[in-house]
Ligand binder design. Structure first.
Ligand code: TNX
Length: 593
């Protein structure tokens, strides 16, 4: 597929049709999807406290306690929560037009909008959660222990267990209070508050609206610690601004990891000082013959910092020993037989590999993972390991064991596709399972030897799969995946012989052989990404397709208002008539960063 994505830019996001070289077909796809989606949307019903995606662990609505945000509101925050409060203000100012000053306040503080970052663990609602696992269905709190709607911190009743990501949100006529033990929890709580405001809150310009927030209390924390999405920036290159916008999309739905597939046959996308031709030469190609591109180390740092501010950890992937044609073009000395391969811009897999018999290859691996680890604040480094079809099994194993050791020497924890399973265990290693048949004895055996799993079943959460036979882009080798199929499985029981405790979480990969623009990325992410986010975050007891599709439907008007392209899936009962206050068909301008 011919394509010519724009070069990396430091300037702000632009409407897609003004980006040089964007494929007209993609812009048209974005327009059509937005128009079709917009046409389907009715004025949204008032938001209810339980309408959040992903579903919160506990919800105790109090219809008599709605709050209305007014022009004189201020956000008061304890010092450690300052940055989250600033971000919340940035989300709410454009649509409301309110100044929403952020002020430091002692804890506890009163006022129209209060973010409290408590120094102590969150007070446990009485009758609540035991260590064995999450509990009540959203929408109910057991009679024995209604949450203390006053929202006060009860030091005596404080217990561990809500973790860094848990939060509590109290809405009363007097104000909104978000309480968390750490900034990540406060951030998730702020994202929840954003969803509890009318859809027009996503408008980039002021809207006349009553900014009501449904009353009650909500207590929430994640089921799994790892919740992610992957963007393949190797098959097609995506500029920094596109990646930042994807980070925003993840953060909205409480996903906390962005896996960047940085290297593949068609392109090497990260500058490595000790091997400069990797990016300079290996970065100059992509699927379809476009110009490709790469991230400078400053670009990558910018992505990582932007993500960190949104409590998203970047997981860099250097795919080895296969998927390495671009590296071999740059450095033929790494190729078996030292034969320089031609650049590759097709979409086949499994033909390339670095020479496992040459010591120089291990120097290359050590240098690359050393530099990438030094640039990466997060704990993970992904080694790839998939589809090295031309490397014999024992040679593959020996290569992977050396590569794993080199990663461990950088202080990072090894992540790899589940093809790594036969290799020996290294401390903490994580396998990313992308199979389509949940009976995988080799992976189960690796788990028995200590591996943890990230679940990315190809036939459930591969976001490069088409929604339906007529989806204009995407693959279908793992089947067609509409929202229901993406939602209707359980990461805790998916793999035979793998206990839920071994599951670190879920990740939805987006491979980009046929995905060439930001609009197309969004079209494949939405509405499936929120489904995967709910699998990763919400207690299993809340899992309910009928309820989920209703909640998800309310997000269509939000995406339209925010200029996010999405697939108007027939699985979802989108509101039925036009008019979102800020409908901007065809305009895919980014929301505030
Ligand atoms: C398999 S999943 C791949 C990728 C392709 C993808 C296309 C995995 C680890 N490898 O190289 O892009 O299928 O769906």
């Amino acid at each position: 597929m011919p394509t010519t994505p724009a070069a990396p830019t430091e300037s702000g996001p632009e409407p897609l049709d003004r980006l040089p070289g964007r494929q007209p077909a993609a812009v048209e796809l974005a327009r059509t999807a937005a128009r079709r989606a917009g046409d389907l949307l009715a004025p949204p019903a008032p938001v209810r406290l339980g309408d959040v995606v992903p579903a919160p662990e506990r919800v105790l609505p109090d219809p008599a306690a709605d709050f209305t945000l007014t022009a004189d509101a201020a956000i008061r925050v304890s010092p450690a929560g300052r940055d989250v409060a600033e971000q919340l203000a940035e989300w709410l100012r454009p649509a409301t037009g309110f100044p929403l000053p952020v002020t430091d306040a002692p804890v506890p503080a009163d006022g129209p909008l209060v973010l409290t970052l408590s120094e102590a663990p969150l007070a446990e609602p009485a009758g609540a959660v035991d260590a064995a696992g999450p509990v009540d269905a959203a929408g109910s709190v057991d009679a024995a222990g209604p949450v203390d709607a006053a929202g006060s911190l009860d030091a005596a009743g404080a217990v561990d267990g809500w973790g860094d990501e848990g939060y509590r949100l109290d809405v009363t006529p007097a104000g909104v209070r978000i309480t968390a033990a750490a900034a990540a929890g406060l951030f998730h709580g702020a994202q929840t508050l954003r969803q509890l405001l009318p859809a027009a809150i996503e408008s980039a310009t002021p809207v006349a609206e009553r900014w009501a927030v449904p009353g009650g209390t909500l207590v929430d924390r994640p089921r799994f610690p790892y919740r992610g999405a992957m963007l393949d920036v190797a098959r097609h290159f995506f500029p920094v601004e596109d990646v930042l916008r994807v980070v925003d999309h993840l953060a909205r739905y409480k996903l906390n990891h962005l896996h960047l597939h940085l290297t593949d046959d068609q392109g090497w996308r990260i500058a490595v000082d000790s091997w400069p031709r990797l990016a300079d030469v290996g970065g100059a190609t992509e699927v379809g013959g476009g110009p490709g591109g790469f991230y400078t180390q400053a670009d990558y740092r910018r992505i990582v910092a932007y993500a960190a501010r949104r409590h998203v950890t970047v997981v860099p992937e250097i795919d080895l020993p296969g998927h390495t044609n671009a590296a071999l073009v740059a450095y033929p000395e790494l190729a078996p037989g030292k034969v320089p391969p031609p650049p590759y811009t097709g979409t086949e897999v499994g033909f390339s590999y670095v020479d496992p018999a040459d010591e120089r290859t291990y120097a290359f691996v050590a240098d690359v993972v050393g530099e990438v680890a030094a640039l990466t604040p997060g704990p993970w480094l992904h080694l790839g390991g998939d589809e090295a079809f031309k490397v014999p099994a024992d040679t593959y194993r020996a290569f992977v064991e050396r590569a794993q050791t080199l990663v461990a020497a950088t202080g990072k924890t090894v992540v790899g596709w589940h093809q790594l399973a036969p290799a020996g265990h290294v401390d903490g290693r994580v396998l990313q399972w992308w199979g389509t048949n949940g009976d995988d004895p080799e992976t189960a055996e690796a788990v028995r030897r200590g591996a943890r799993l990230i679940l990315s079943p190809g036939n459930r959460v591969y976001l490069d799969m088409k929604y339906a036979a007529d989806t204009p882009i995407g693959h279908d080798w793992a089947g067609l995946i509409d929202v229901h199929r993406a939602y209707d499985w359980d990461p805790g029981t998916h793999l035979t012989g793998v206990p839920a405790e071994a599951v670190l979480g879920v990740e939805a990969p987006l491979w980009t052989e046929s995905v060439t623009t930001l609009a197309e990325v969004e079209f494949m992410l939405f509405p499936r990404l929120p489904a995967v986010a709910e699998l990763g975050w919400s207690p299993r007891s809340t899992h309910d397709w009928a309820g989920f599709r209703e909640r998800l439907a309310g997000h269509g008007p939000r995406w339209t208002a925010a200029g996010i392209t999405f697939h108007p899936s027939p699985d979802v009962p989108w509101p039925a008539a036009p008019t979102v206050p800020t409908q901007r068909t065809g305009d895919t301008t980014a929301d505030t960063h």
